[in-house]
Design a protein around this ligand. Structure first.
Ligand code: CUA
Length: 153
């Protein structure tokens, strides 16, 4: 019968899909990408020592500039940072509570900050000036007021 033929064909197609998914899972693994760094959000208490030891702008012996910041309802910490212009900056973000975003208008800086993960982004400011840093993921009632400043010198 015609109906039985179609049912058979459908089953074969479904079988193929399941097969492809299974083979894909076996060969590519179901693990997350290996370069993702995780962080324990609960440990990010914003006490004074933590901020002094870990946050802000740091330059290593090779001259690489790393900026470490924490996003939390409703600000970025530190509230204000100063960085050099025409320099490659590596920003490393973590969230201390919920999903936030960070966006600096007129730059390539726009990323989600997912709790538990380090969001790393590299950028360069071509010109000195004052830049606002805004949250662009809705994170609660204070979302519209979540921002901080960057002075580029
Ligand atoms: Cu943080 Cu919106």
């Amino acid at each position: 019968q015609l109906e039985r033929k179609w049912i058979t064909i459908s089953l074969i197609v479904i079988g193929l899909f399941v097969g492809i998914i299974t083979i894909d899972a076996l060969f590519h693994g179901v693990n997350p990408p290996s370069k993702v760094e995780t962080v324990d959000s609960a440990s990010l208490h914003l006490n004074k020592e933590f901020a002094e030891d870990n946050l802000g702008v740091q330059v290593d012996d090779k001259g690489n500039v790393t900026v470490r910041m924490v996003a939390g309802r409703y600000s970025f910490f530190p509230k204000h940072i100063t960085v050099p212009a025409e320099t490659t900056l590596t920003f490393r973000w973590v969230s201390m509570d919920v999903l936030h975003g960070v966006h600096i208008p007129m730059t390539n800086m726009s990323t989600m900050i997912v709790p538990g993960y380090v969001a790393e982004i590299t950028t360069t400011f071509p010109k000195p000036g004052e830049y606002p840093m805004l949250c662009n993921e809705y994170c609660g009632l204070g979302h519209n007021h979540m921002w901080s400043n960057i002075s580029v010198i």
